[in-house]
Design a protein around this ligand. Structure first.
Ligand code: PXP
Length: 253
């Protein structure tokens, strides 16, 4: 499988809204964050409109829809009120994710197999609005195959287990191999592949060679660095990390 050059970077700005909501204040504004990220070369902006509205608010989603100049990726659960919002908001892409109120962040991938009926309905409603759909799934063959059956354009491979295994040689190798196999399977079934969760400036280089990988969605690591160097620099640094790893990988061939 030919690897697409220039892997894209989607910047998840939820954490900016988390800081704002800690005070229920109006700053820092995720709309500013999106503009900064785009000025630094982000290829897309990702937000998760959670049912409990713990970070991104409806107002953010609406303003971002108007202001984002790259692509707006809306992460969302398949709960009816959020689906209705997505149908009106018209993001460029909707990434369907599981959601549990008590979780700190999205913990696992979608159970595509177990929720097939509801997912099929939501996917077709989003497609009717010309919104590209991605399913956030664990690297599991049954989930990948079911995603393909549902006719989605993209999967986003959950890289959380890989990220947790980082630094433990054997475990990390195992998780990386699994991600490779699942990316390959997805491409062979006609889907496009993104990846996200727990990706950092350090571990991203291991994911560069994922078959068909098109985009990384990264939040925590970038916003953490932004606290010290500013968001524009933090986004640039991640783009550099990706480009350098790509060049190394090409040079090694
Ligand atoms: N992709 C999905 C589907 C997510 O839910 C998240 C976390 O909000 C991310 C990517 C980004 O993960 P992280 O913040 O660990 O970079």
């Amino acid at each position: 499988i030919a690897r697409k050059l220039m892997i894209k970077l989607g910047v998840n700005i939820d954490h900016v809204a988390t800081i704002r909501q800690a005070r229920r204040a109006c700053e820092p504004d995720p709309v500013w964050a999106a503009a900064e990220a785009e000025l630094a070369g982000a290829d897309g902006i990702t937000i998760h409109l959670r049912e409990d509205r713990r970070h991104i608010q409806d107002r953010d989603a609406q303003l971002l829809r108007q202001s984002v100049r790259t692509r707006l990726n809306l992460e969302m659960a398949v709960a009816e009120p959020v689906v209705k919002i997505a149908e009106k908001l018209l993001p460029d892409m909707a990434t369907l994710v599981p959601e549990r109120r008590e979780e700190v962040t999205t913990e696992g991938g979608l159970d595509v197999k177990g929720n097939r009926k509801r997912l099929a309905e939501v996917v077709s409603r989003l497609h009717r609005k010309k919104i590209a759909v991605s399913l956030f799934i664990d690297p599991d063959p049954d989930q990948v195959k079911t995603a393909a059956d549902l006719g989605v354009e993209f999967i986003e491979l959950h890289t959380g287990c890989f990220a947790n295994a980082w630094g433990k040689e054997k475990a990390c190798e195992r998780e990386t191999r699994l991600l490779h196999r699942m990316a390959e399977l997805a491409v062979s079934l006609g889907m496009r592949v993104n990846a996200g969760h727990g990706i950092t400036y350090w571990n991203v280089r291991e994911l560069i060679t994922l078959p068909g990988i098109e985009e990384f969605n990264i939040g925590h690591s970038i916003i953490s660095r932004a606290v010290f160097v500013g968001l524009r620099q933090a986004v640039r640094d991640m783009q550099v990390a990706i480009r350098e790893a790509e060049l190394q990988c090409r040079g090694a061939k």
